[in-house]
Design a protein around this ligand. Sequence first.
Ligand SMILES: NC(=O)c1ccc[n+]([C@@H]2O[C@H](COP(=O)([O-])OP(=O)(O)OC[C@H]3O[C@@H](n4cnc5c(N)ncnc54)[C@H](OP(=O)(O)O)[C@@H]3O)[C@@H](O)[C@H]2O)c1
Length: 233
Amino acid sequence: MSDLKGKTAIVTGASKGLGAAVARRFAEGGAQVTIAARSKEQLEQLAQEYPDQMLAVTCDVTQGDRVEAMVDQTVKHFGKLDILVNNAGVGRFGQIHELSEADWDLMMDVNLKGAFLTSKAAIPHLKDTKGHIVNVSSVAGTVTFPGGGGYCASKFGLMALSDVLTQELKKDEVKVNTICPGSIQTEFFRNPKSYALTAEQVTEAIWTMVTAPAGVIYNQVIMRPQVPPDMQK
Ligand SMILES: NC(=O)c1ccc[n+]([C@@H]2O[C@H](COP(=O)([O-])OP(=O)(O)OC[C@H]3O[C@@H](n4cnc5c(N)ncnc54)[C@H](OP(=O)(O)O)[C@@H]3O)[C@@H](O)[C@H]2O)c1
């Protein structure tokens, strides 16, 4: 349980859903965690659960200056950075001819540019600690579907960013981990499927990535819920 004792992490999109579950698990495992998102009140409530270990920082990941300030604040507060989890994400679904330009831009900004900005700000510190970047992509970053044009494009872009980061950071021994979950029971979808993965199940996979034995890198993991036979298409 205490495998992350002495480690410091940033989890973006930690005000709810998967990000909040990852932040809790990391804190329970002994880590100090900066929880970042836009919803101040939700972040502060979560930080109260682990007052000695969590730092709530309001941060929109699409704003480069805010991201830099959040990373600086983390390193000043905790002394270093070992793990960055790029989890903040949004989904807007509709066929291309129906999808608005604003929704397209939002997904590219949060899901792709956000991961670029946080990685860029964190990399110098992660090189110092030979740390981890965990990018939360999606099964939608590996296969496409009608109505997922903008979301899939943003997550396929994140896969490309992850691959480049893997290659660029190899010599510095910074490990890059990408997780591609299927449906998760969070507020991301209004009516999540009854068989969807829980945030805790996905969190366990992320935990395995960041606590991998020396010499082992879980570079990409695709994780799907088991669909009951009577609900399969
Ligand atoms: N749920 C699924 O079925 C599913 C499946 C595969 C992959 N994923 C991926 O898993 C990740 C987490 O999703 P989730 O299911 O936990 O969704 P969620 O419950 O809707 O949570 C999304 C999180 O992202 C944050 N966020 C959104 N825009 C942001 C911004 N501009 N700056 C900073 N934070 C921002 C939200 O916080 P604020 O609103 O407070 O900013 C929230 O904490 C996403 O990357 C998503 O694409 C989800």
